[in-house]
Design a binder for this molecule. Structure first.
Ligand code: 5AD
Length: 349
């Protein structure tokens, strides 16, 4: 094993300079070495289990205007929809039958779904599916709202930090959004007792290697239970339409480094990874990921939850393709399990 990989495995951290060196991705051999180590570490905690999360994209209305995102407020061409409570519950039912024990309620920051409506929805899902985990991915809210959501029965929250560098954050978001508030949200979520997911896009506009190093150091220190990363992919109706996509190999490399730095984290092979490469999700798992998030939304609306161009949504990445996904996982010696897939050591009430 090369010295630097040995050191990373031993200490679960590296100096910024050493991380930069790894991120320069000089050789295929080094990347492979990191992936092999990462996979081995993932198996020490999770064996060859892959956890599945049913993603319910319940609204694409959004008050925010993030420059990279296809459902940003200024995209007047986006066809907007919101699911009814009934649609959402039907999606859960469909997912439950297929073996999902985690539902991820994800959407734009849609004022229609105010705290009261969200609380009601969470309570209903929690009551009907008491053996399932509810994950929210609904953006920045006041602490009080997060507390209420937690009380109502949500246990996990995904909120990517997007970048750990304030200047970079300002280049990706309009003035109405702030780095400080994003960080405040993450800290609140953690202190309230959510299992929290942070993360970022790989190859986002203006991102430098040193920013990725800052992301790694931030994640190490914040110690989230879940880490979502995927390549940036341009969307034709956004200011970043002419920017390049993030690279497959850099994403895989980062998954491996993150797995070694945070051995127990739940790390998905994301839809964006599956979009830039037909084998993206398998490659993500072979690089150290242990979660996949098939789409449980009603098929008709999936194409409208379009954060980036060509987002996969009609093939086996959907929940109805689970048998196919199972086969693919078996081919790389992994198995999909029917399980909530909590962070190790979490006590489920
Ligand atoms: N490419 C890749 N990922 C994107 N996201 C938003 N827009 C894009 C894009 N163009 C990611 C963001 C957000 C998550 C829900 O999707 O990181 O947090």
């Amino acid at each position: 094993m090369s010295k630097i990989v040995e050191k990373l495995v031993e200490n679960q951290r590296l100096e910024p300079k050493e991380l930069s060196y790894l991120l320069e991705d000089k050789t295929k051999e080094l990347r492979q070495e990191l992936a092999d180590k990462a996979q081995k570490i993932s198996k020490e905690t999770y064996d060859n289990k892959i956890y599945i999360r049913g993603l319910i994209e319940y609204t694409n209305f959004c008050n925010n205007d993030c420059y990279y995102c296809g459902i940003r407020k200024s995209n007047k061409k986006a066809k907007r929809y919101r699911l009814t409570e009934d649609d959402i519950l039907k999606s859960c039912e469909n997912g439950y039958r297929r073996g999902f024990r985690t539902f991820v309620i994800q959407g734009g920051e849609d004022p229609y779904f105010n705290d009261q409506r969200m609380i009601r929805l969470i309570q209903m899902i929690h009551k009907r599916y008491s053996d399932c985990a509810i994950t929210l991915s609904i953006g920045e809210k006041p602490r009080k709202a997060y507390e209420e959501f937690r009380k109502a029965g949500a246990e996990r929250y995904l909120l990517r930090h997007e970048t750990a560098n304030k200047d970079h954050y300002c280049k990706l978001h309009p003035k109405s959004m702030s780095f400080e508030n994003r960080m405040r949200c993450l800290k609140d979520l953690k202190s309230i007792g959510f299992q929290v997911g942070a993360g970022f896009m790989v190859g986002s506009p203006y991102q430098k290697i040193e920013n990725l190093v800052e992301d790694l150091l931030f994640i190490k220190e914040f110690n989230p239970e879940m880490i979502g990363i995927g390549p940036f992919i341009p969307h034709r109706e956004t200011p970043f339409k002419n920017n390049q996509s993030g690279s497959l190999n850099q994403t895989l490399l980062l998954i491996s480094i993150l797995r070694i730095m945070l051995p127990k984290a739940l790390i998905p092979a994301t839809t964006a990874l599956g979009t830039i490469d037909p084998n993206g999700r398998e490659l993500g798992i072979l690089a150290g990921a242990n979660v996949v998030m098939p789409n449980l939304s009603p098929v008709e609306i999936r194409k409208d939850y379009c954060l980036y161009d060509n987002k996969i949504c009609t093939g086996e990445e959907g929940a109805e393709g689970i048998t196919c996904l199972e086969k693919k996982m078996r081919l790389i010696n992994y198995k999909i399990v029917i399980d909530r897939g909590d962070y190790p050591g979490i006590i489920v009430k």
